[in-house]
Design a protein around this ligand. Structure first.
Ligand SMILES: Nc1ncnc2c1ncn2[C@@H]1O[C@H](COP(=O)(O)OP(=O)(O)OP(=O)(O)O)[C@@H](O)[C@H]1O
Ligand SMILES: [Mg+2]
Length: 286
């Protein structure tokens, strides 16, 4: 590659380095692993981004990869745009349905398949979680019990982005939807992606450190409704939703051991309480 000029750091939370560079008048983003222990995961992320194929949405083109100072890195196209987390502050209400439907319809529901090992994989994961959370927290214990009682046999296996939060969706200037920041999940299912979307639309995870005003709150609520509506169109939509909320509960509990600040710890408590309540309401309506 020709000479590259450092422009600025971009922000991320995962500990990965994200830097904007210019080379021959073209901007690009370099993402590095931050520490050698993360090299393997970032390499997988890079491969996942290169192989990404979902209709209707895109991902930044991977321009190259390598290793520098013991850290794996990859270079990708720079997107001139905003994250959906930011865009939700000003999105036109009538645009929300279209955007959420586009995202939902891009998920590989049609090619998903039943996995006979699904229930075992989930119960193993939950058993591991019980070990790391311990018995001190009564609410977490209640949530763990709820998760242990559920049957995960019907969670279909399919391609999964792995971390589909609003911060990992970018809208480019020309209104194209891009997904970034792919993760490998212990189980790959489009339902896990929907649960991650709900982590923001229902629980406001990406906004936990900021103030949510009336406008944003309303837009997030409309987006949540739109997502639920897309799922409810299926004949087994209620069952799908019940499974998705269990996946959301599992996701929130998985963050528990990593909560580093008081705001996140409080967020997680409230989130577990809320999701347990939603699940109880759904079960009562059955
Ligand atoms: N190709 C890109 N073009 C423009 N902006 C980007 C690009 N890649 C990342 N960003 C910006 O950097 C932010 C962090 O990127 P990314 O999500 O890949 O980092 P991370 O630290 O792995 O993630 P997280 O914060 O989700 O843990 C994004 O939300 C986005 O604002
Ligand atoms: Mg991210």
């Amino acid at each position: 590659m020709a000479d590259i000029e450092f422009i600025k750091n971009l922000s991320g939370h995962s500990g990965c380095g994200l830097k904007l560079y210019r080379s021959e008048n073209m901007l690009f983003v370099r993402k590095d692993s931050g520490n050698p222990g993360y090299n393997r995961r970032l390499k997988k992320q890079c491969i996942k981004q290169q192989r990404f194929r979902l209709g209707g949405v895109k991902t930044p083109e991977v321009l190259g990869c390598g290793q520098k100072n013991g850290l794996f890195y990859f270079d990708m196209e720079f997107l001139n745009g905003v994250t959906l987390a930011e865009y939700m502050n000003c999105i036109k209400i009538k645009e929300i349905n279209h955007l959420i439907s586009l995202l939902f319809k891009s998920l590989p529901l049609a090619s998903s398949q039943n996995n006979p090992r699904a229930n075992k994989i989930f119960h193993n994961k939950i058993a591991g979680l019980r070990q790391s959370i311990g018995k001190t927290d009564a609410l977490a214990a209640k949530a763990l019990q709820k998760l242990e009682e559920y049957d995960y046999s019907n969670i279909p296996a399919s391609y999964c982005c792995g971390d589909l939060t609003l911060e990992n969706i970018i809208l480019s200037e020309d209104k194209q939807v891009y997904l970034i920041d792919f993760l490998d999940s212990f189980y790959n299912s489009w339902m896990i992606d929907v649960a991650k979307l709900l982590q923001d639309l229902e629980l406001r995870w990406s906004y936990r450190h900021s103030k949510i005003d009336f406008n944003l709150n309303m837009r997030l609520a409309v987006a949540r409704e739109a997502l639920i509506e897309n799922i409810s169109e299926f004949s087994d939509g209620c069952q799908m939703l019940l499974s998705i909320y269990h996946l959301l509960l599992l996701n929130v509990l998985r963050i528990y051991p990593y909560a580093k600040d008081a705001v996140t710890a409080e967020f997680l408590q409230n989130a577990v309480f809320r999701v347990l309540q939603i699940i109880a309401d759904m079960e009562n309506q059955k």
